[in-house]
Design a protein around this ligand. Structure first.
Ligand SMILES: Nc1nc2c(c(=O)[nH]1)N[C@H]1C(S)=C(S)[C@@H](COP(=O)(O)O)O[C@H]1N2
Ligand SMILES: [Mo]
Length: 222
């Protein structure tokens, strides 16, 4: 399913991961400031960019729509497995929001379209024990978020950006968008959402990045 034609050489990928792990150890990029979203649009230590950088582990899986599936499982009343037609038959949701990446770039006014997190939560009905989610992607990337951060009215499973399908390099067919957390929490090439009781670290969280990742509190590392 996931074809790795654009795979970085193993050495290059290892070097990228090692660099970001070192930043986490050294607390690089921390300003020690805090900012309030109500008065400042740019979180501390961020700078605004007009382009949209691509960041991943060097693997950009190619997932044809006829083989795409989204599995939702774990501590929920109604597990589901959606094919593309079922995903696209859900009520549509649009929202405009800003991106804040932990590598210090922010991109304002991204127009996303997809299926809202609140709609999904209404269908699957998390059990009372569910407190966190783990996203798993077609490149085997994982990232964890608190359920309360997912259950927000600006969170979605996005298939479009600025009116067009999200490109493969940016995580199409479907990626997560959680505007209020650093962008590494917004899993590209989404394959599975698992509801869990106790928090577990995903790929970057195991390598020194924060379990929550709120840009306004500068929760880069932790
Ligand atoms: N599946 C997957 N999702 C991922 C990543 C990844 O490597 N694999 N990288 C994360 C990181 S660190 C960032 S900053 C954003 C980058 O998204 P972009 O390439 O669309 O800018 O995706 C996040 N989601
Ligand atoms: Mo990132």
């Amino acid at each position: 399913m996931a074809e790795d034609k654009d795979d970085l050489p193993q050495g290059a990928r290892a070097k990228l991961v090692a660099t970001k792990e070192r930043w986490a150890r050294e607390g690089r990029l921390l300003t020690g400031r805090t900012a309030r979203p109500e008065t400042e649009r740019l979180p501390p230590g961020q700078r605004r960019v007009e382009n949209w950088p691509v960041l991943d582990l060097g693997v950009q899986p190619d997932v044809p729509l006829d083989r795409w599936r989204l599995e939702v499982d774990g501590l929920i009343e109604h597990p589901l497995s959606w094919d593309w037609a079922t995903f696209r038959a859900q009520p549509g949701f649009r929202d405009r929001s800003d991106i804040h990446c932990v590598t210090q770039w922010s991109r304002f006014d991204n127009e996303w379209e997809g299926v809202s997190a609140l709609h999904l939560l209404g269908l699957v009905e998390p059990k009372p024990e569910a407190n966190f989610l783990m996203f798993t992607s077609y490149d085997d990337y994982t990232t964890n978020v608190p359920l309360m951060d997912f259950a927000d009215d600006d969170v979605l499973l996005a298939h479009s950006w600025q009116g067009n399908s999200i490109s493969r390099e940016h995580g199409g067919p479907v990626r997560v968008i959680i505007p209020k957390l650093y962008f590494w929490k917004s899993a590209k090439w989404l394959r599975r959402i698992t509801f869990i009781a106790a928090d577990r670290a995903g790929f970057w969280e195991e390598r020194g990045y924060h379990m929550r990742g709120d840009p306004w509190k500068e929760e880069r590392y932790g």
